[in-house]
Design a protein around this ligand. Structure first.
Ligand SMILES: NC(=O)c1ccc[n+]([C@@H]2O[C@H](COP(=O)([O-])OP(=O)(O)OC[C@H]3O[C@@H](n4cnc5c(N)ncnc54)[C@H](O)[C@@H]3O)[C@@H](O)[C@H]2O)c1
Ligand SMILES: [Fe+2]
Length: 391
C-alpha cells in the first residue's frame, strides 16, 4: 500500500474574503480562554491597517489584544527577543501572526519561547515539543512562503539564517483572507508566487515526498501557472487563488525543498535578491539538474502540473522560465554584475552551506559549476544537454 511517514496540516483552515475579521469568534469557538492575545504583525501591514479587522474582532470577543508590529523585512534575533519580552510582559496566552513569512515565523518562535520558557539561543534545528504550546493562528498577507502550513520558522543570527523545526509550528488555525493580498505590490506577488511554485515543485522532487504531499504540490503548481499572470494585472480573484495555492505549497513544503532553495539562498545573499527572485532563477535549473532522477517520475510530474500527458520535465522547466520572464523576474545573472569565476564559487557554497541529502540526484561541485555556468547566461537548453549525462 501507499506509505506515509508523516503528513502535517493545520488543525483548522478558514479561507474566505474578510475571514480575518472573524478571528475573535474563531478563537472563542475553539474555547481559547479570554486573556491576552498577542498579534505579531508586519510593520507595513500594520501601517496599511490590514491587521485592523482581526484586532477589532478579537477585542469584540473580549480578548485583551497586544499588537507587536515591529517586523520589518526578514527577522533577526534582536527583533525576536523584543517580541518575546513584550509577550511575557503581557502574559499572552494565544498568538496571532499577520504578515508574510517573516511575521508568521516570529509568531511561531515567540509562541514556543513563551510557552516553553525557552530563550532564542536554544532555538535551532529540530526542537523538542513543549507540553503546553499556546494557541497559534496564522494569517498570511503574501502569496509565498505558506508558513501558515509549515513546521519551519527562520530567523537570522549575525546575518546567518537559522531554520527551526517543530511540528507544533503547524498552527491550530490558518486563515486565508483574500482581501489582505488585494493591494500587494505586483513585484511582491511575482517573487512570492515563484517562491511558492518552488516549494511545490522542489518538494515533489524530494526523496522525502509522499503521495499526499505530491497531491498538494501538483494542485498548487497548477493554480500558480493558471493564475499568476492575471494576478499580476490586479485581478482580485486570481490573487486570492494564489493565496490558496501558496498555502497548498506550504503543506507540500513539509516534505522539504531541494537544490533550488540551496541555490536561491546563495544567489540571494551574493546579489542582494529577494528570496523568491533567487528561487525563480534557480527553479528551471534545479529541474535540469534533477532530470536524471528518472524519466518516468519527471514526466509524470510535468504531465500532472501542465495538465498535458505529452509533457516532460524539460517542457516544465521551459514553462517555469517563461512564467518568471512574464512576471518581470530575471532569468539570468548577467544584469546582476555576475562574473564567470563566480559559477564555481556559488557551486562550492551550495555544497558546503546547504547540502541536500534529499535531492534526488547527489549534489556534486563540478556538475553544479557547469549548471551555474549556464544559469549565468540564461542558457536553459545548454544546461539541459549538459546535465543529461549520467552524474
Ligand atoms: N516558515 C516557513 O515555512 C518559511 C518558508 C520559506 C521562507 N520563510 C521565511 O519567510 C520570509 C519571507 O517571507 P515573504 O516572502 O512572505 O516576505 P516578507 O514577510 O518578508 O514580506 C515581504 C515584503 O512584503 C511586505 N508585505 C507583506 N504583506 C503585504 C501586503 N499585504 N501589502 C503590502 N506589503 C506587504 C512586507 O512588509 C515586506 O516588505 C523569509 O524570512 C524566509 O526566511 C519561511
Ligand atoms: Fe522559499
Amino acid at each position: 500500500m501507499i506509505e506515509i511517514d508523516e503528513f502535517l496540516f493545520p488543525r483548522r483552515v478558514v479561507a474566505a474574503p474578510g475571514a480575518a475579521g472573524r478571528l475573535g469568534s474563531l478563537l472563542t469557538g475553539d474555547r481559547v480562554p479570554l486573556g491576552a492575545v498577542m498579534v505579531v504583525a508586519d510593520a507595513v501591514v500594520h501601517d496599511l491597517g490590514l491587521d485592523r479587522a482581526a484586532v477589532g474582532s478579537l477585542e469584540d470577543s473580549g480578548y485583551d489584544v497586544v499588537v507587536f508590529a515591529e517586523i520589518e523585512g526578514e527577522p533577526d534575533d534582536l527583533v525576536l527577543k523584543r517580541a518575546i519580552a513584550a509577550a511575557r510582559a503581557a502574559q499572552a496566552v494565544a498568538f496571532v501572526g499577520i504578515g508574510g513569512g517573516s511575521a508568521l515565523d516570529v509568531t511561531k518562535l515567540v509562541a514556543h519561547a513563551v510557552g516553553g520558557d525557552v530563550e532564542p539561543d536554544d532555538l535551532r534545528g529540530p526542537i523538542a515539543p513543549i507540553a503546553n504550546f499556546p494557541f497559534l493562528a496564522l494569517v498570511p498577507t503574501t502569496v509565498g512562503t505558506g508558513a501558515e502550513a509549515t513546521r519551519v520558522a527562520m530567523f537570522a543570527v549575525d546575518g546567518a539564517k537559522r531554520a527551526v523545526l517543530s511540528a507544533q509550528f503547524v498552527p491550530d488555525l490558518a486563515v486565508l483572507d483574500a482581501d489582505l493580498v488585494a493591494g500587494l505590490p505586483a513585484t511582491v506577488v511575482a517573487s512570492t508566487a515563484l517562491d511558492a511554485l518552488s516549494h511545490a515543485l522542489e518538494s515533489a522532487m524530494s526523496t522525502t515526498s509522499n503521495d499526499l504531499t505530491r497531491q498538494f504540490s501538483v494542485r498548487a503548481s497548477q493554480i500558480i501557472f493558471d493564475r499568476l499572470r492575471p494576478a499580476l494585472g490586479g485581478d482580485r480573484e486570481a490573487r486570492g487563488d494564489l493565496l490558496y495555492a501558496s498555502f497548498l505549497a506550504g503543506v507540500s513544503l513539509n516534505a522539504g525543498v531541494v537544490l533550488g532553495h540551496s541555490l536561491s539562498y546563495v544567489l540571494a545573499a551574493r546579489h542582494g535578491l529577494a528570496h523568491g527572485v533567487g528561487c525563480s532563477l534557480a527553479l528551471p535549473y534545479c529541474l535540469a539538474y534533477n532530470q536524471t532522477m528518472g524519466e518516468e517520475r519527471g514526466a509524470e510530474l510535468a504531465a500532472e502540473v501542465l495538465q498535458d500527458e505529452t509533457a516532460d520535465l524539460r517542457l516544465l522547466a521551459t514553462r517555469v522560465a517563461e512564467l518568471s520572464a512574464d512576471a518581470g523576474l530575471p532569468t539570468d545573472l548577467l544584469g546582476l554584475g555576475s562574473t564567470p569565476e563566480e559559477s564555481e564559487q556559488i557551486a562550492s557554497r551550495v555544497v558546503a552551506d546547504y547540502p541536500r541529502p534529499t535531492n534526488p540526484v547527489p549534489l556534486e561541485t563540478g556538475r553544479l559549476t557547469t549548471l551555474i555556468t549556464h544559469l549565468r547566461t540564461g542558457d536553459l537548453a545548454g544546461a539541459w544537454t549538459a546535465m543529461g549525462a549520467t552524474p
